[in-house]
Design a protein around this ligand. Structure first.
Ligand code: NAD
Ligand code: UDP
Ligand code: UDP
Length: 343
């Protein structure tokens, strides 16, 4: 597939560097599965801005046309309603494979469908990569570490995952997706990249997706109490979406397979997160305790040494700086123009 080699040589000389004099970089043709979702739509914005042709493949389970509508009419943009569990024929240079619900509420809604998406969906996209010689990037997750016995988590840690629990459709599904990715690399010489993404937040998250940052922000804006599950002492490390997108692009364009932890090492208990939301939105916002969900990991924090060294990447936006950017998006979407409940 000489066209791919040519595109990639052109891309390598361009990404992160100067365009060589007299050589105009040819745009890549890139598929983003799950591109109508939260992370995918921000990635699409960056790829389009860079001058690439982007095909979004999405079944709109949790994604929304509104997230990519601003590209309609751009000849470099296509949107296909398609479920990755079904085979798909396309000619492309790169595949960013994001299709999969990410919020526990969404991925537990139909666990068998979540497994099919992770296993059959990933298999199909790897089959596509093999057929056309495209480079394939899997968005895996920090959940592959399960309820970790190592802290912070390093990529060499194999994890502590319950294979028969309510989260298994997602974390075991992603572990299998990683296995498939490495087997296509070793067995069929597919060029692959693996990102293990830690909790990420930002504009365009589903307002009622049940994730903690979106829940607290929506609750505080609506003057409802913030629902803290369990004792609120469990921790997560929150990454702003633009930092993640930068990491994903560096990973795709770089020479290393990974897996790479992509996350912000700034670690917060859920009670501390609630405090930051109070500071950002409403100092009088109340907290309400609720029973925790099953198999909830007690702590999570990425060791990002590998990404720093091999990708030259680290997150730039701390929680207190990123949260207000998300809050203004949520404010617009919750109160809109037609609401009489304006704050
Ligand atoms: P999201 O739910 O907003 O986006 C997922 C997208 O995939 C949606 O547009 C959805 O409609 C689409 N999709 C789901 N199943 C599909 C299928 N079978 N066929 C086609 N499209 C399908 O979630 P997100 O936060 O943007 O997550 C994107 C990726 O990043 C996911 O693979 C997720 O596992 C991974 N990830 C995200 C986080 C995070 O904190 N956001 C953390 C770890 C990993
Ligand atoms: N596949 C796809 N698009 C392609 C090539 C393959 O969706 O362009 C699917 C194919 O239907 C199969 C999966 O990817 O279910 C794995 O393909 P592969 O060629 O690796 O395996 P095989 O078809 O030989 O089982
Ligand atoms: N959580 C919470 N209140 C909520 C939603 C979640 O306290 O309204 C907690 C949840 O129990 C977990 C953490 O926040 O300990 C992160 O949950 P989330 O669903 O955002 O992502 P996870 O990291 O579990 O995939």
């Amino acid at each position: 597939h000489h066209h791919r080699a040519a595109f990639e040589a052109a891309a390598r000389g361009f990404v992160g560097g100067k365009v060589p004099l007299g050589i105009k970089r040819k745009g890549l043709r890139i598929v983003v599965t799950g591109g109508a979702g939260f992370v995918g739509s921000h990635l699409v914005d960056r790829l389009i801005a860079r001058g690439d042709s982007v095909i979004v493949v999405d079944n709109f389970f949790t994604g929304r046309k509104e997230n990519v509508m601003h590209h309609f009419g751009n000849p470099n943009f296509e949107l296909i309603r398609h479920d990755v569990v079904e085979p798909l024929l396309l000619e492309v240079d790169q595949i960013y494979h994001l299709a999969c619900p990410a919020s526990p509420v969404h991925y537990k809604f139909n666990p068998v469908k979540t497994i099919k998406t992770n296993v059959v969906g990933t298999l199909n996209m790897l089959g596509l990569a093999k057929r056309v010689g495209a480079r394939f990037l899997l968005t895996s997750t920090s959940e592959v570490y399960g309820d970790p016995l190592q802290h912070p988590q390093v990529e060499t840690y194999w994890g502590n995952v319950n294979p028969i629990g309510v989260r298994s459709c997602y974390d075991e599904g992603k572990r299998t997706a990683e296995t498939l990715t490495m087997d296509y690399h070793r067995g069929a010489q597919v060029e692959v990249r693996i990102a293990r993404i830690f909790n990420t937040y930002g504009p365009r998250m589903c307002i009622d997706d049940g994730r903690v940052v979106s829940n607290f922000v929506a609750q505080a804006l609506r003057k409802e109490p913030m629902t803290v599950y369990g004792d609120g002492k469990q921790t997560r490390s929150f990454q702003y979406v633009s930092d993640l997108v930068e990491g994903l692009m560096r990973l795709m364009e770089g020479e290393h397979i990974g897996p790479f932890n992509l996350g912000n090492p700034g670690e917060f208990t859920m009670l501390e997160l609630a405090k930051v939301v109070q500071e950002t939105i409403d100092p009088n916002a109340k907290i309400e305790f609720r029973p925790n969900t099953e198999d909830d990991p007690h702590k999570r924090k990425p060791d990002i040494t590998r990404a720093k060294e091999q990708l030259g990447w680290e997150p730039k936006i701390p929680l207190r700086q990123g949260l207000p950017l998300m809050v203004s998006d949520f404010r617009k979407r919750i109160f809109g123009d037609h609401s009489d409940a304006k704050p």
